[in-house]
Design a protein around this ligand. Structure first.
Ligand code: ME8
Length: 729
């Protein structure tokens, strides 16, 4: 870990303490592997620091205020408090289930946080860095970020359409920190990483910093501005402050104040790369303005990708950590994430790659090595570790390799280069394996006297066991559960106790003593067969299916409501056509190009037609007159916002712009369209349908789409430019 001097440090700063944090996660979505990744990385770091005798404080938590959470709660039909409590509980429950060793879990709805944030806000105001003004501009609710540009500008980070906000706000004088921040980055090259993040942040600041609006008035789910309660504090100022409020900043309790004095500034804020601007620009500026030391480092992990895209709820491509834990165990997940993905880079997750790594490195590698050695000590020496005797060249070579592995592992790990540290340690696994095979203690050549053979067995098994002890001690922060099992098998007791006694500080060759009674061999990493992939896939499918069923249960309840039948898209009410009275006939002539209409091709007409082929001509129940058609008001609209509706996996909530007005429409296309890709797209809607409510939300209109034989919708659109609101007739 690079440690660079912050501009202001606490005088009682002792180097034998380490404070690290994860981002606090939004409670609008359940935890997935992406969240688990950052938290697992922190857990591994915290475990190593503790085992090195460094007093460590590891903080995680949930980010619960803001417009995004307020809206998600409304969509779920719950109060923001209930909603936040439920989802925050899921995060905490998962971290416990995965055995993560956080020291504190902060929720931004807690009183201690509220008090600290208000104290920070008041301090910034008292020091002259906050003033009142008014803001008219664009805001991305998904990222809770202000965006430069005219109305209609998509968010440069997530691509979603921004909303226009016009409010009286408090502003933070961010512009006053442009030069100070650049000087700070220059003086502290290790402050942020990886290099790509550093470059991006510096170029953002060089591009000029404008004052930042730090309060909102158009909603109320947040921490009130002290003394002006119609404003709530901007959610990022609220959220970032968690890193100090959790320690005790702003608290009246002397014990908490002492903890703040002891652990602040943070040694490491570990974050995902998409939130580096908030952590490397706004956060140090807020702290500098408040006269609080800035953190020592902010390091960004890359994105975990799944099915080619960033794993995220809005893309609908998430995998849950529970699934991997259930089939292969939490250690398998930890090992995969840290070994497979060079920290700071994006990395793909797939069940195939996971199982391949697991079998190759854990089941056949480390696990098999431990099991062979422990079993042979039981078989040949009654489970008591023999005296190794005099070293030959082979033992000396293995000892030197182990010493090299100890020397290489720490610096790479502490530089967050987990993949390299594991790679170098696995060279020792392979070498120990090769050493066993070369000396074959299980095989007694006919020409070798018994006593000589027993001496070889003793030497080889004692040496291999010692190499395993070194490997296990080093890998403990990454494989805590399995290392604990191996430690017991080596007769070393509880590894957690050893960690408390800072066993990594004096790790060196020769710790295993002859005469130690080994524990019983127990399976560590049972080989994963082909069905492991299917089992994980099935668990995910099952989880998705039950979510869909939960959603469609409610949708079908809505469907059966007589006043509001649902269309094939599960959207707006379209009266069901009467049963056909005539044989299938070609499409009725119409003033509207057929692609603009929701053409329902009955599945029975073309059961095996691949989606790409044209649908069979629809059955037309009867002719309508031009006057009938004129009753339907079809208009061009542009999608401004598209997001999934929680617990309704078929539904998207769209905000569309008709030029003359904006409105919300619910569309049952979530299984076919990624919300992000719809933003900005021009579509056709039925504008004069009576509004109806679904999942507590009002739908004002219906999209038009062709319905393919397999049920997939294809949205109607235009090749030429068309103005918003234009009527189709
Ligand atoms: O941004 N790959 O919360 P959030 C890697 N509340 N990491 C991922 C990931 C992925 N696919 N998906 C999520 C917020 N993460 C704010 C933070 S901090 C004061 C406030 C991880 O719920 C990664 O660490 O959107 C990312 O930064 C974080 O989860 C975002 O979580």
């Amino acid at each position: 870990m690079e440690r660079s001097a912050p501009p202001m440090t606490n005088p009682d700063q002792s180097s034998a303490r380490f404070y690290l944090t994860t981002p606090i996660y939004y409670v609008n979505a359940r935890p997935h592997l992406g969240h688990a990744y950052s938290t697992i990385v922190c857990d591994a770091i915290a475990r190593r620091k503790r085992a090195l005798g460094i007093e460590t404080w590891f903080l995680t938590g949930t980010d619960e205020h803001g417009q995004k959470i307020e809206r998600s709660a409304a969509l779920a039909g719950r109060t923001p408090e209930e909603f936040a409590t439920a989802v925050s509980g899921e995060f905490r429950g998962l971290w416990d289930r995965l055995g993560l060793s956080y020291d504190d879990f902060i929720r931004t709805t807690e009183e201690r946080h509220k008090q600290g944030v208000q104290h920070l806000f008041a301090t910034l105001r008292d020091r002259g860095f906050i003033y009142k003004g008014s803001y008219t501009g664009q805001y991305c609710v998904s990222d809770e970020a202000y965006v430069d540009g005219p109305p209609g500008t998509p968010c440069p980070d997530c691509g979603r359409m921004t909303e226009t906000v016009s409010e009286e706000n408090y502003f933070f004088k961010l512009s006053a920190f442009e030069r100070k921040l650049l000087e700070f980055y220059e003086a502290n090259p290790g402050f942020m990483g990886p290099e790509s993040t550093r470059r991006e942040v510096i170029s953002f600041v060089r591009g000029g910093l404008k004052d930042l609006s730090v309060s909102r008035t158009s909603f109320s789910w947040g921490i009130p501005v002290p003394g002006d309660e119609k404003h709530v504090i901007y959610v990022w100022l609220d959220a970032l402050a968690n890193y100090i409020t959790a320690l005790g900043y702003g608290s009246d309790d002397p014990a908490h104040q002492a903890r703040f004095a002891k652990f602040w500034p943070a040694d490491l804020h570990l974050i995902g790369k998409e939130i580096s601007r908030f952590h490397c620009v706004y956060w140090p500026a807020f702290l500098m303005a408040a006269g609080i030391p800035v953190p020592r480092s902010v390091k960004a992990n890359g994105w975990l990708l799944f099915d080619q895209g960033k794993m995220s709820k809005s893309r609908g491509n998430i995998v849950r950590a529970e699934t991997v834990q259930e089939v292969l165990g939490a250690d398998a997940l930890r090992y995969f994430l840290l070994r497979e993905i060079p920290f700071g880079q994006d990395g793909s997750f797939s069940f195939d790659a996971l199982v391949q790594r697991y079998n190759g490195d854990l089941a056949n590698g480390y696990g098999n090595l431990v099991s062979r050695v422990v079993s042979m000590v039981h078989k040949y020496f009654g489970g008591v570790l023999p005296e190794a005797g005099a070293e030959t060249q082979a033992e000396a070579a293995l000892r030197e390799s182990a010493v090299r592995a100890i020397a290489a592992f720490g610096p790479a790990f502490d530089d967050l280069n987990f993949s390299e540290s594991l790679k170098s340690l696995w060279l020792l696994v392979a070498e120990t394996d090769g050493y066993l095979t070369a000396n074959a203690p299980w095989k007694r050549p006919t020409d070798r006297p018994e006593a000589e053979h027993v001496a070889l067995q003793a030497r080889v098994l004692a040496t291999a066991a010692e190499a395993i002890r070194i490997i296990t001690a080093l890998v403990y922060p990454i494989l805590p559960e399995s290392a604990a099992k191996v430690w017991r098998q080596l007769g070393q007791g509880e590894i957690a106790d050893a960690a408390k006694k800072s066993f990594l500080t004096e790790l060196g060759w020769g710790g295993l003593k002859a005469g130690t009674k080994l524990g019983e061999p127990a399976p560590l990493f049972p080989r994963a067969e082909k069905d492991a992939i299917d089992r994980m896939q099935n668990l995910e499918d099952e989880n998705n299916r039950s979510a869909v069923e939960a959603a469609s249960g409610q949708e079908s309840a809505a469907k059966s409501a007589p006043e509001a039948p649902t269309s094939a898209l599960g959207v707006s009410p379209v009266p069901a056509p009467p049963a056909p009275t005539v044989a299938p006939a070609p499409a009725a002539p119409s003033a509207v190009p057929p692609t603009l209409l929701a053409v329902d091709a009955p599945a029975a007409a073309a059961p095996a037609t691949p989606a790409a082929q044209p649908a069979a001509p629809p059955q037309v129940p009867q002719h309508i007159t031009i006057d009938d058609f004129a009753k339907v008001e079809l208009r061009v609209a542009q999608i401004l916002v598209a997001e999934r509706v929680p617990k309704a996996d078929k539904l998207l909530r769209l905000e569309v712009d008709l030029g003359y007005e904006k409105r919300q429409i619910l569309a049952g296309i979530a299984q076919y369209y990624e919300p992000e890709k719809l933003i900005g797209r021009k579509i056709v809607i039925v504008a004069n349908l009576a509004p109806r409510k679904m999942r507590g939300l009002e739908s004002n209109g219906m999209l038009l789409a062709a319905s393919l034989p397999d049920g997939a919708p294809v949205l109607a659109g235009f090749l030429e430019e068309v103005p918003l609101g234009a009527r189709l007739k």
